[in-house]
Structure formats: structure tokens, C-alpha cells
Write a protein that binds this ligand. Sequence first.
Ligand code: NAD
Length: 271
Amino acid sequence: MLQLAQKQISKTKAKREAALIASDLRSGVERLGDMIAEAKRIVPFTGAGISTECGIPDFRSPGGIWTRYRPIEFGEFVASQDARDESWRRRFAMEEIFAAARPGRGHRALASLYRAGKIPAVITQNIDNLHQVSGFAAEHVIELHGNTTYARCIGCGQAYQLDWVKRRFIEDGAPNCTVCDEPVKTATISFGQMMPEEEMQRATALSRACDLFIAIGSSLVVWPAAGFPMMAKNAGARLVIINREPTEQDDIADLVIRHDIGETLGPFVGN
Ligand code: NAD
């Protein structure tokens, strides 16, 4: 059974090829444009970096969420009312940021390519709902780590609006489900929690059946999600990595663009 975890990879099974690291933004954008034009089926894989220009901090950059908070593992959430209270306090502290966020240039570029029929679906580690807001149909957003814009009971799966949770939280702390009395949690996947089976299967199928896979704004250290770029490469796709910092998988990529995502994908925003 697959659980969400962070690990460092030491080896890859993918055939190692010299990665082409774009010497500057312009040549990177040009090469990416050629690869997009040549591709028939593009699968984007997005991480927190695509949403930083929308005002949502990522986890690992300076000033990122982890420089302020230690993550609360799933086991802790289940075992402790204090951990549940703290988890909901953090979520409500981020409320205005999530509510105000609008899709950035990266989201809009991907939505343009989706409308043009080049992208069948996006695989995302993000929980912010911004791909849906940018124009992707909900069934074409594969959310590996869930969605923080609503809540679910961890027992029976009953969905709840955050407004309901907040009212109950103010009165009495982190609430339990009205149906089965198990704890209610944001509809996200925490460290130590099982990965969603159907989403993992769909992401696997998409990764194996594309000719261009573009990893955007992910440090590629959160597993099993970080396995998809390599899976696509092993299945014969070209791999592009867009991230302002190096990642551990740059050496298997066909193109690495170490520049700002909005600047890189802005030219692909269509009408
Ligand atoms: P991460 O924080 O580990 O990595 C983000 C990467 O994006 C970093 O390497 C950073 O250098 C890069 N980056 C940030 N802004 C960029 C920009 N404008 N241009 C280019 N690169 C940029 O994030 P991750 O790999 O997605 O993994 C963290 C986990 O955190 C995910 O599982 C996700 O569920 C969760 N998360 C989601 C959100 C969100 O939904 N927006 C925000 C924070 C964390």
C-alpha cells in the first residue's frame, strides 16, 4: 500500500542521458515551444511552484510553509484532538490566501493547451483547486494529494464545506462527522496517509501514454508522486523539468529550464 512520504533518490532506473539545461530563458522557451509543437499528447505534472505567483507559498523555498510549521502526520491527526485543532488553526490562518488566489500564467498556459486538445489531463500535487479555476474540467485534474478547499470525514468520507467546519471549530474545536463521529479533515493527503488509489492509477496510465511530460514547480522529493516523471521517461516520453532550483531528476530530463514558471509559460497563454 502506498503512503505519502518524503525521500531522497539515489539511483534512477531511467536511462541516463545528458540533460539539456537551457542556457537562458529565451532559448529554453524556444526549445519548449518546439517540443510542444511536435508533441501529440502532453501530460503536465505540477507542484507548489506553479502557484507561488498566485500568492500561495510553497513548502521548501525560503519563507515556504515548512520554514514556519512542522508537518502534522496523519497518525498524529487521528490520535490527538490537539493535533486536529492545530491543523485546522493552520488551515484557517491560510484562508484569505487560498480564497484570494487566482490562476497564474502557468495555470493559464496549461489551460490553453488543454483547450487546444494537446493536454488530456493534468496531474497535480497541489491542493489549491487552481487548475479547475483556470478551465480544466474537474475530471481532468488528477489530484494526488487531494484538495484543501473542502473537508471530508476520515471515516465515512462525508464531504463538508469549510464554513461548516469553521463554525463548529469556533464553538468546540476540531469537529467530528455528524454521520459516523470520526474526525473531519481537509480533503488532502497528509504524510503517512494512504495515496488515493484511483488517482494513482489514472496518473500511471497518463504518464505511460504521453509523448511529452512536463514537470513544473516541484522539488520532486515527495513520493510516490515524484515517480511519475521517471515513469513517463521510461515509457518513451520526452521529459521537461521547469523549476528555478535543481531537482534530483534533472539528469534524466531532455530539457531543464531553471527559470521562473510564469516567465517560462507566459508565452504559451492563448486566447
Ligand atoms: P516544494 O515546495 O517541495 O517545491 C516547489 C518547487 O518550486 C521548489 O523547488 C521551488 O524552487 C520551485 N518554485 C517555486 N516558485 C517557483 C517559480 N515561480 N518558478 C520556478 N520555480 C519555482 O513543492 P512540491 O514539490 O509541490 O511538494 C510539496 C507538497 O506540498 C505537495 O505535495 C503539495 O501537496 C503541497 N503544497 C501544495 C501547495 C499548493 O497547492 N499550492 C502549496 C504548498 C505545498
